[in-house]
Design a protein around this ligand. Structure first.
Ligand SMILES: [Zn+2]
Length: 168
């Protein structure tokens, strides 16, 4: 997907560009293509970005360690400040307090805005920090059947081998 050149966006009708997304994103492992839309509007000294997208990702349950599919959807907006100093070399001291303005997104007004990267970041933020296949998930099942020997811990396998040596 082509990034949007910000000076061109300023000259676009209503200073706005819409981008439809229907693709797999490079760094996001999803079962289905990411489908959605990003609308970016040039507002002089900032960009106003609206986006909505959905996809399905495979997560691993924190409790039972089983994989499950999770529908990930976002509908969000963000202000990105256009700051010519954003790419200037940083000559400040190494350690200092971070002013609030450093915590917001900034882009060079002569630079590019990448809708797919933006959607990728929003989807990452929307990924649940606590992953449960089900709210009622009982957790890891303790194996009690004899069949569980095939999945025995490797340290126990070493012990078994040692015991066999002793008895031979
Ligand atoms: Zn689970």
């Amino acid at each position: 997907m082509e990034p949007i050149y910000i000076p061109h966006l300023a000259k676009a009708p209503e200073s706005t560009q819409s981008v439809l997304i229907e693709q797999f994103l490079t760094h996001l492992d999803t079962l289905t293509p990411v489908r959605g839309k990003v609308v970016v509007r040039h507002r002089g000294n900032f960009l106003e970005v609206f986006g909505q997208a959905e996809t399905i990702i495979t997560l691993t349950c924190d409790r039972c360690l089983q994989q499950y599919n999770h529908k990930l959807g976002i509908k969000t907006s963000e202000i990105i400040w256009l700051d010519p100093a954003v790419n200037a070399p940083d000559t400040g001291p190494l350690e200092r307090e971070t002013p609030m303005e450093d915590l917001v997104e900034k882009l060079d007004p002569q630079g590019h805005f990448a809708p797919d990267t933006w959607i990728y970041e929003q989807l990452c933020l929307a990924t649940p920090p606590r992953k449960l296949c089900d709210n009622q998930c009982p957790g890891v099942k303790l194996e009690s059947e004899a069949g569980s020997k095939t999945t025995v811990d490797r340290r126990w396998q070493a012990l078994e081998a040692f015991k066999r040596q002793l008895t031979n």
